[in-house]
Design a protein around this ligand. Sequence first.
Ligand code: G16
Length: 543
Amino acid sequence: MMIRTIPVTPFDGQKPGTSGLRKKTRVFMQPHYLECFVQAIFASIGGVAGKTLVIGGDGRFYNDRAVQIILAMAAGQGAARAIVGQGGLLSTPAASHLIRLNKTDGGIILSASHNPGGEDEDFGIKFNMSNGGPAPESVTEAMYAATRSLSEYTLFEAPDLDLGRISTVTLGDMQVDIVDPVADYADLMETLFDFPAIRARFAAGFTMRFDAMCAITGPYAVEVLENRLGAAKGTVTHATPLPDFGGMHPDPNPTWAHELMAEMMGKDGPDFGAASDGDGDRNMVLGRGAYVSPSDSLAVLAANAHLAPGYAGGIAGIARSMPTSGAADRVAEAMGLPCFETPTGWKFFGNLLDAGRVTLCGEESFGTGSDHVREKDGLWAVLLWLNILAVRGQSVAEILAEHWARFGRNYYSRHDFEAIEADKADAMIAALRARLSGLAGQKVQGMTIRTADDFAYTDPVDGSVSKQQGIRILFEDGSRVVYRLSGTGTEGATLRVYLDRYTPGTGDLQLDPQVALAPLIKAAHGLAGIAEYTGRSSPDVIT
Ligand code: G16
């Protein structure tokens, strides 16, 4: 057993995207590839000597090897302590909580989130800061710079640690605490929500289905929903995390969570349904016969959060990513709360949460969270819904209908065009960008363009500026189309087209969103020339 330094040549393309570095698993499995990125993480935070890190991942293929590699590198470079989830497992929100609870210097999370897992699928890694939140752009840029100038990394050479038993062991001079991945997180949930009220509702026959999609949330959902809240055994399906997620695509949306959708849309479906993603930070919420769009979910949660004990004093403000619909803005306005519009990426919410300027955050990409951690949190969102349902005693459909009648409805949809050739997608965006200044006043599909711009964000807390965060076309009737290229894909480019149209509470509130948005969809295709540039006339995924 000894400390060894290994010379390396830098790898190209280790540039973190919307949420850490995501690549094909086999790319990560190349000799020294993961090690080089971990070394760059360490460099970007001034080394790990004397520091404490939380380490864990969503259990996808290569999670186990990656945890051992990171432990060996941390031990070899003088880290004082590592806190690791048993089996190397931690959901993203649970990792964020452990970082905060133990006041550590940060943590490394292994996940490609909602991307499929397996030897031929995707893997990922990201660093979270001592506040529990994803590294901000200044740090991810430092990581990328470090990946390009590395010449070596150091590790402590020793046999793999047995991570299967909850215990405290040592690796060289580093203490390693192998902890229950679920317990602290479940305890935190008990402090936020009215568990007795939810338990009483389940005892009275309320039924639920939670699809964990063979990913990390299974053990968390079983413990919280079935063991602590008394939901019927078997409420949580696909509850065992598997390295390939059992072949499922763990993205909780109507396309990929189709089993759950079919059950919930049936006439004998359960009262409430939910799904979460690979690493447990996303959520989809459903009622019997009712789909709640993530943008609406944020708005409903904001309007009702005070019904849960953890938010009984009210919320400080709301933040949403720019492409998320304006539904939450209407709640903020009615409640006299500040509302912030940030670029896509949970890292942009961190400063607002740390400064106490917002309590709830949400994104159209099935992410919702609060200041209890610094990540979005799938099971948390489901529990807040359960708490609201228990107090109001209504169905999901009734709550949605009342919400729209009061605040109006933002008909909303996102159309994704996946794995298109990157140069074609870039050319389309570049051409649109070049035309932006001349678009105002033009008429498309009977609608007049009010403004067109490329979203830039100045962080209200630290003043940092992020440019080119999505192209926005705003129409005079308040409708909006946004175009962005995804920063989380691993194959070609994914074009996301976000569509939003507001109807007041007195209008027609029960339309199919695709019907309500039909003219906007046509306008979106025409304006950007999607078919001409990409050869695609219809999206691969609609949410
Ligand atoms: C990540 C980010 C989210 C973002 C989502 C989609 O989520 O944390 O903020 O909305 O990716 O990003 P993009 O549109 O660039 O693909 P996750 O759940 O993948 O970590």
